[in-house]
Design a protein. Structure first.
Length: 211
């Protein structure tokens, strides 16, 4: 991997799962808090498997703790349901999870918003964060409209495989684009915005030398 000096150096790496397993095997009191946290998370996951509604409640609580309004939370969850219906269609019609999902998602997003998913994240100052968790209500609504339109068009045209689903993605995104442009014309405001829910950056205090 690239080192500080710019050269490629042999580096030991591990997945998150491997690192957590290593922590579990550390016989030290300092590792105990992490072990307790892992046990708690594992128990919560078992509860969610037995009762999936718990995962929805946990998501709501998480968003509330981060300052989201009830209206935003409702829109976020409705959008996720729309997304799930679309990806279920893709799975059943020869679209592979991972890269192909990402390609179609990006087509839909660029069609309705005018920017790629990556550029939209850059506009919002995001890095590894989930873009949808930092969308405004309007952005969530237009994303859901584009994805719902894409699914219904794909179902109507019986789209199977990437070529036909790409066409459906462009058509579905185009429907949301028309609605976005009309709204922007009437309000004079851009739907795609740089707003986000990132915590404010801490100000650095520089101490100068006394002369």
């Amino acid at each position: 991997m690239p080192a500080d000096d710019g050269k490629m150096r042999l580096t030991d790496v591990a997945t998150a799962e491997t690192l957590l397993r290593m922590v579990q095997s550390v016989p030290s009191p300092k590792a105990e808090p992490i072990k307790l946290w892992l046990a708690k998370v594992g128990y919560e996951r078992m509860q969610e498997m037995a009762d999936p509604a718990r995962s929805l409640d946990r998501a709501r609580d998480y968003w509330r703790q981060h300052g989201r309004s009830e209206k935003w939370i409702q829109q976020r969850m409705m959008g996720q349901e729309t997304r799930n219906k679309l990806t279920d269609y893709w799975k059943d019609h020869d679209i592979k999870e991972g890269e192909e999902f990402a390609i179609l998602t990006n087509i839909i997003h660029q069609e309705w918003s005018g920017v790629t998913v990556k550029d939209h994240k850059t506009i919002k100052g995001l890095k590894t964060q989930n873009l949808r968790d930092h969308m405004s209500e309007a952005e969530l609504i237009f994303t859901a409209l584009a994805e719902m339109s894409t699914r219904q068009i794909a179902e109507t045209e019986q789209a199977v495989g990437m070529p036909k689903n790409k066409v459906a993605a462009r058509k579905g995104g185009g429907i949301a684009k028309k609605a976005r442009l009309e709204l922007e014309q009437r309000t004079g405001k851009s739907v795609v915005s740089g707003s986000n829910f990132l915590p404010p950056k801490k100000k650095r205090i520089s101490i100068g030398k006394k002369k």
